[in-house]
Design a protein around this ligand. Structure first.
Ligand code: COA
Length: 170
């Protein structure tokens, strides 16, 4: 299967934060942002494998800055690495206020799995990272996968070669 460049998997969505999207602090409701993250990450994953995908795990999500009503929110998703049937997708969230200043507000890391018409997992193409950031994210993806599998009780800590190398130098 022909590998794909990470940049070919890029998916971008821009939203204006409306009253219905906010909580009682007048900032963007976290659950709303999580839904936007899930959708844009799935589009990136589909762009990578050209198959149906399902969310296997939300590995990490950080709410670093509150996003206010009226702000413009841009989500940029890209597949950082693909394994056999699973893909890790990074979503960077940027916020732009009335002044036009754009800052990074949040980051999420998700795992999607490609499935066939019967819901069985299927193989996906590998990712070719090009930029320094893509290479850094590619290199860290296996240890994040192993950590996620351990937390989901789908892997024994003893089998996590990358994590052992990181923490124990083995
Ligand atoms: C995700 C799902 C397809 C995995 O199926 P499964 O029978 O557990 O299949 P496997 O154990 O072979 O896992 C498939 C891949 O997902 C990875 N995976 C599974 N759970 C994971 C987790 N928590 N974190 C990271 N990767 C995970 C596996 O490592 C494997 O990767 P690889 O093929 O690249 O090596 C299945 O659990 C499922 O359908 N879950 C429900 C999905 C859903 O409803 N999502 C929300 C709506 S889209």
């Amino acid at each position: 299967m022909k590998p794909k460049k990470a940049n070919e998997t890029c998916a971008i969505a821009t939203h204006l934060v409306l009253p219905n999207d906010t909580n009682f602090h007048n900032t963007l409701f976290g659950g709303k942002l999580m839904a936007w993250i899930d959708i844009i990450a799935s589009i990136s994953a589909r762009r990578h494998c050209n198959r149906e995908v399902v969310t296997a795990s939300i590995n990490h999500i950080s709410f670093d800055k509150p996003i206010k009503m009226g702000d413009t929110v841009t989500l940029e998703a890209k597949v950082s690495r693909a394994f056999t049937s699973s893909m890790e997708i990074f979503v960077d969230v940027y916020v732009e206020d009335f002044s036009g200043d754009r800052v990074k507000a949040n980051e999420a890391i998700t795992t999607f799995v490609a499935i066939d018409q019967r819901g069985r997992t299927i193989e996906v193409p590998q990712v070719e990272p090009e930029t320094e950031e893509e290479k850094t994210r590619f290199e860290g993806a296996l240890r994040r996968k192993q950590l996620s599998l351990i937390l989901a009780k789908k892997m024994e800590p003893n089998d996590a070669s990358e994590l052992k190398a990181l923490f124990l130098g083995k």
